[in-house]
Ligand binder design. Structure first.
Ligand code: TTP
Ligand code: MN
Ligand code: MN
Ligand code: MN
Length: 373
């Protein structure tokens, strides 16, 4: 079978939102390498470089077959000189020396461990790294001040490292649904994020909550959180800070939206948690496996008039979202998780479905399962 990817070479768009990117693809060896370099660029606060590596990986994810020769890359967008050098070395030698050196570097490993703590970003991790901290365990006995989120992050570090399964996400969905029903009749919840894109595991579970009567959703979250109280190991609830008329579009849209939201850590009781790991025979399993698992959960409340935008904005992937906003900008529009503004017509473009938003943007509709850019 000699069906190389060259057939799509000329037609592949430069924006991730112009391409269909499935979850399973044919170039994982190459994309893993490029994404490790992207991650390392993030750890060096070099965002431009990180995005360039992510874009290149994303293009390879959209190819219909595995890349075998460099010629097959001709005409593809987003593959700069540096990326091509890395790909060439992997195709010829099976691995890239730059990637392997980075993977084993002390800085990369420490930054990976430290930014893996909930509540810790690159800036904090870098400060700690400079102070000699290499691992979350080093923080327990150190004099470094941790905020509330970071204390929870360190406490549940081992739990939160374990990917959340779809079964666990569905179980949490049932619990959140019960809480929402108890607090506001007719409210609806929707699973978003990676699980909506068809992923079987994730680093957290993301939900959107809305109510068909605009305004009824206001102030819902504190009630939901208090209903869930005994099941939450940590929560931070923020009010809605979005004021359409006053602040937007005067302020450029950022990827941080302004919905009423809650970042939380759930205490999920077994047997739903980690079904794949039955307790060992003898005393070991019973003694060491706690009867619960800590799981990161994001709850976001949206007025129903903004629901389609919130759904599109929270489904991801992050690169898909970034390129959607960039595409909108290039079309003279401004897209956020709240609204779409046409800068020339000076008006908001309404939408009640994701399909309508793609149409406003002049894009072919891409279903969630093909937004894995
Ligand atoms: P994430 O939950 O970070 O990512 P994910 O669900 O795609 O992957 P994972 O399986 O690792 O959890 O974010 C989901 C989407 O939510 C992402 O496209 C960006 C969006 N988002 C916002 O719009 N605003 C925010 O403040 C955050 C944190 C995310
Ligand atoms: Mn380099
Ligand atoms: Mn997620
Ligand atoms: Mn999330």
């Amino acid at each position: 079978a000699k069906s190389g990817p060259s057939a799509v070479t000329n037609t592949m768009g430069a924006y991730a939102c112009q391409r269909k990117t499935p979850l399973e693809h044919h170039n994982a060896v190459l994309t893993d390498a490029l994404l490790l370099l992207a991650e390392n660029a993030d750890f060096c606060t070099n965002e431009g470089r990180s995005v360039a590596f992510k874009r290149a990986a994303s293009v390879l994810k959209a190819l219909p077959g595995p890349v075998r020769r460099m010629e097959e890359l001709q005409g593809l967008p987003c593959l700069g000189e540096h990326c091509q050098r890395v790909i060439k070395e992997i195709l010829e030698h099976g691995a890239s020396s730059e990637v392997e050196m980075t993977r084993h570097s002390e800085h990369y490993q420490a930054m990976k461990a430290l930014t893996g703590i909930f509540g810790v970003g690159v800036k904090t991790a870098e400060q700690w790294h400079r102070a000699g901290i290499r691992h979350p365990a080093d923080l327990v006995s150190s004099e470094h001040k941790l905020n509330r989120a970071q204390r929870a992050g360190v406490e549940y570090y081992e739990h939160l490292r374990v990917p959340v399964t779809k079964a666990e996400a569905d179980r949490i969905g049932e619990i959140v649904k019960r809480a929402v029903d108890a607090v506001l009749l007719g409210a609806e919840i929707t699973l978003t994020g990676g699980f909506r894109r068809g992923k079987q595991t994730g680093h957290d579970v993301d939900f959107l909550i809305t109510h068909p009567d605009e305004g009824r959703e206001e102030g819902l979250l504190p009630k939901v959180v208090s209903w869930l109280e005994d099941l939450l190991l940590y929560q931070k609830t923020n009010k809605n800070s979005y004021l359409e008329a006053k602040e937007w579009p005067a302020r450029p849209p950022s990827n941080m939206d302004r919905f009423e939201r809650c970042f939380s850590i759930f205490k999920l009781q077994r047997p739903w948690a980690a079904l794949e790991e039955p307790p060992q025979s003898g005393e070991r399993g019973a003694a060491e496996t706690p009867g619960w698992k800590a799981v990161r959960v994001d709850l976001v409340v949206t007025p129903v008039s903004q629901f389609a935008f919130a759904l599109l904005g929270w489904t991801g992937s992050q690169l898909f979202e970034r390129d959607l906003r960039r595409w909108a900008g290039q079309k003279g529009m401004s897209l956020s998780s709240h609204a779409l503004y046409d800068c020339e017509q000076k008006r908001y473009l309404r939408a009640t479905s994701e399909e309508e938003i793609f149409a406003h943007l002049g894009l072919e509709y891409i279903p969630p399962g093909e937004r894995n850019a």
